[in-house]
Write a protein that binds this ligand. Structure first.
Ligand code: DGL
Length: 362
């Protein structure tokens, strides 16, 4: 049975309850996330736009600025305090050594600041794996650095950029990512910079770490790691780009049936300091190109035997007598990543035995 109660008594009872803390006076505003993450934007499809919602190829990359990328994902504010910087605005097929040095120096300056806990780099997917590996070798901090891109522009149905960006910020803000080297966040997966590669021209699941395996997943707003890289990175490398204004010229020449030494001779004549030979099979060298390679070596050009197949170890003294030819083998690095390590190695030494050690270390 309802017993009437005076309004004054009701007010007094509510005031007592508030004082006793039984009823929170005001729901505490959600506490701001503690992690500070800086997003460095460089362009790519994640910043791209297409003519229609079904345009997933034939769009324009690098058209949307970093502030709009951040505004498009308000959920970022729940995982980190985010700041954006537009470092470049390019399609990543145009990424260059100069871009890499600028980006790496900015990353190291920011990570040295106590008010930066992690960095996300938005990037075109075409050379994302290369930038990631370069940074993996030259970033001088344990703080997370996460590269992220998109396979569809933000204007497309089921664009993957926003969720990839959210996952990347989540990872860069996480303790789990500390000390793990440079990471790649794509398609709900966590990959390590050394071994990740783009495997498909256009599908959202393009980024994979075939055979050696990705490092983990994102699920339910959390990153989950299952592996770590066994190779040295970031603070544990011998490379320092802080005083470098340029990197040695290293080019890649491709092996294939009926190959001729024309391309090889051209890059040597143009002054390459190192050559990555992307050989067939286990890094095999066609007899037509071997004389040009040995001549280049005699001129002081450092030769690395890599393999176009993409997986597996290029065996030293397997398909060629590397000891006799004074060549280096790339271990499991694909040609584009072998080029990055050789460029950095040549900033330290031209000794082929020292460089071979580096290929077995990083
Ligand atoms: N032009 C390509 C690039 O910037 C677009 C591919 C992408 O970003 O997914 O890498």
């Amino acid at each position: 049975m309802y017993v009437p109660i005076s309004s004054r008594l009701l007010s007094a009872l509510c005031a007592l309850a508030l004082l006793a803390g039984a009823v929170p006076a005001v729901r505490a505003a959600d506490a701001a996330p503690s992690a500070h993450v800086t997003i460095l934007a460089t362009g790519g499809t994640i910043a791209g736009s297409g003519a229609t919602s079904t345009t997933t190829v034939g769009y324009t990359a690098a058209t949307v600025g970093v502030e709009r990328l951040i505004q498009a994902v308000p959920e970022l504010a729940k995982v980190a305090q985010v700041k954006g910087e537009q470092v470049f605005q390019i399609a990543s097929e145009n990424m260059s050594n100069a871009h890499w040095l600028t980006l790496a120096k900015r990353v190291n300056v920011l990570l040295a600041q106590p008010d930066v806990d992690g960095i996300v780099i938005t990037h075109g997917t075409d050379t994302l794996e290369e930038t990631a590996y370069f940074l993996d070798l030259v970033v001088k901090s344990k703080k997370p650095v996460v590269l992220v891109g998109a396979m569809r522009p933000g204007t497309a149905l089921s664009a993957d950029g926003p969720i990839n960006l959210y996952n990347a910020v989540l990872l860069a803000a996480s303790q789990e990512a500390v000390g793990k080297g440079v990471l790649v966040a794509m398609n709900d997966q966590i990959h390590g910079a050394r071994d990740v590669t783009k495997t498909n021209t256009s599908t959202p699941d393009s980024f994979k770490t075939p055979e050696l395996g990705m490092l983990g997943y994102f699920q339910g707003n959390k990153p989950y790691f299952y592996h770590v890289s066994t190779r040295k990175h970031t603070l544990d490398t011998e490379f320092d780009i802080s005083k470098l204004d340029a990197l040695p010229q290293v080019d890649i020449v491709y092996g294939y049936a009926n190959v001729s030494p024309v391309a090889l001779n051209a890059v040597v004549a143009a002054g390459a300091k190192g050559i990555i030979h992307a050989g067939v099979g286990d890094g095999s060298l066609a007899s037509k190109v071997l004389p040009s390679l040995t001549a280049a070596r005699k001129q002081g050009v450092l030769i690395v035997r890599s393999a176009r197949v993409g997986q597996g170890i290029v065996a030293r003294n397997g398909e060629a007598n590397d000891d006799e030819l004074d060549f280096v083998v790339s271990d499991t690095l694909n040609p584009q990543k072998a080029r990055i390590l050789l460029m950095l190695a040549l900033t330290k030494t031209s000794d082929s035995k020292e460089i071979q050690r580096m290929f077995y270390t990083y």
